[in-house]
Design a protein around this ligand. Structure first.
Ligand code: 5AD
Length: 336
């Protein structure tokens, strides 16, 4: 296995070497988690964003985009009525919109925790320490906060949120406060070199993370990078496999952008060691304007997620993501 021991050789693997890498990663997931995959639902509650990332369709300078915020009642009704039984966790996602955090997310999280047994994840950008604390007290336990690229200068060029330092500080703060934290990056961003990617992977490796992700770059409609080249899915797939091998215990999602790189991309991500899928519950009307990259994205519903898991010989986990992480934490504490 020496030939696949460095990040670089994993990323560049082709042919038989690539096959071996992907299989080894899949076997590693099975060893740690069985063939069980967590099923989370996402709702994209607001597309207002104060950031201006050059790769993202929700950037504040994208003036043609119709902005929306959903209401607590609307959201609660969707969660209570439309959540498929296989879903154990919910992820509340938005552009970086502190108003939505205060007025919608915090009260909603309280109600979800009061009325359901769902674990609550949030992906809401860089907020104040006070806002993180309020979210945690309301009952959210898992924070998704991506670094997008781990090279400081590249981060600045992309106008990614704040600075790499502030994002890293946020990750450290959240982890110290007792959140489960997941981060990740976009592979194939314009201006990204092999060195940037290995630097990013090393950085992710060193941070106190329970989850890690890679998304292939898809040129975003209405962004300065609209005409850039779409990322080669193989690059992201090899990265995912390498992440699984180097951090076997971490939660690694099959992100929806894998659907856009090649027809079998999403299933391939599950075969290569991903252990989290996401069912999108955002109503069509809002989803059209939740513009991460393109309106043409393939929406993962219950049927598509079930089929992908079957094709990848995986099963939905009956135990929730956050429940599993809490149990793991308790058993580690008992050992110490
Ligand atoms: N290509 C791929 N992923 C993207 N994201 C945003 N824009 C793009 C893009 N053009 C990802 C970012 C963000 C997540 C919600 O979507 O990683 O954190």
């Amino acid at each position: 296995m020496n030939s696949l021991s460095s990040w670089e050789s994993c990323l560049k693997a082709q042919g038989a070497d690539q096959q071996q890498l992907l299989e080894q990663a899949g076997a590693e997931r099975d060893r740690v988690f069985g063939n069980q995959v967590f099923v989370r639902a996402v709702i994209e509650i607001s597309n207002f964003c104060r950031q201006n990332c050059t790769y993202c369709g929700m950037r504040r300078d994208h003036k043609e985009l119709t902005r929306y915020r959903m209401t607590v009642d609307q959201l609660l009704e969707i969660i209570l009525k439309n959540c498929p039984p296989m879903v154990t966790d919910i992820n509340l996602q938005a552009g970086e919109d502190p108003v939505a955090v205060r007025e919608i997310v915090i009260p909603l999280v309280r109600e979800i925790r009061r009325q359901t047994s769902l674990g609550v994840s949030v992906c809401l950008g860089t907020l104040s320490e006070r806002e993180y604390t309020a979210l945690h007290e309301a009952g959210a336990e898992f924070y998704i906060i991506k670094i997008e690229t781990g090279n400081r200068e590249h981060f600045r060029q992309l106008q990614a949120p704040g600075s790499l330092e502030t994002r890293m500080a946020a990750i450290q703060f959240l982890a110290a406060q007792g959140w489960f934290v997941s981060s990740g990056f976009i592979a194939g961003l314009p201006g990204q070199t092999l060195e940037h990617v290995t630097e990013t992977l090393e950085l992710l490796q060193s941070l106190p993370l329970d989850g890690v992700s890679v998304s292939p770059f898809i040129p975003g409609e209405g962004t300065p990078l609209a005409n850039a080249t779409k990322s080669d899915g193989q690059w992201a797939l090899n990265t995912l496999a390498a992440m699984r091998i180097k951090s076997p215990e971490r939660i690694i999602p099959a992100v929806s952008a894998f659907n856009l790189t090649s027809p079998g991309g999403y299933v391939a991500a599950l075969r290569a060691g991903a252990n989290l899928t996401t069912i999108n519950l955002t109503p069509d009307l809002q989803r059209d304007n939740y513009l991460l990259y393109t309106r043409e994205r393939i929406i993962m519903n219950e049927t598509r997620v079930t089929k992908a898991m079957e094709e990848a010989a995986c099963q939905p986990s009956t135990k929730g993501l956050i429940q599993t992480l809490n149990e793991r934490r308790q058993s580690l504490a008992a050992v110490e």
